[in-house]
Design a protein around this ligand. Sequence first.
Ligand code: SF4
Length: 133
Amino acid sequence: MEQILTICVYCGCGCGVYLGKENGRVVASSPSRNHPISQGNLCVKGWHLHEFIHHPERLTTPLLRKDNKLVPVGWDEALDYTARRLSEIRDSNGPDALGLLSSAKCSNEENYLLQKFSRAVLGTNNIDHCARL
Ligand code: SF4
């Protein structure tokens, strides 16, 4: 089994975890013994980290609500729709009518970019993060 060192995505602690890959699929999770944060430990979520990767209910495409149903769409359509609606809401109600919620499953760099986008592009400080709740 090939072992790939990475960081657990379930919370902001950033524990070191090896993902085990076999026949093109990720099939196991185990702790990195010398990782400076987790030092050989994982919580129960980290031990099960691999299980969502190939889960049949995992969302793999954007969904847009059309006629009261969530419909799979391409990224171009989803991003065009989102950009248009954010602009419409900001222009009609002001930037503080918008709020963004980021995720502990994103990297620090991605979270940094989202707060920059919120403050510098949309013009609102209404930005929060699930790991702080
Ligand atoms: S193993 Fe547990 S504590 Fe460590 S990053 Fe994952 S969810 Fe957080």
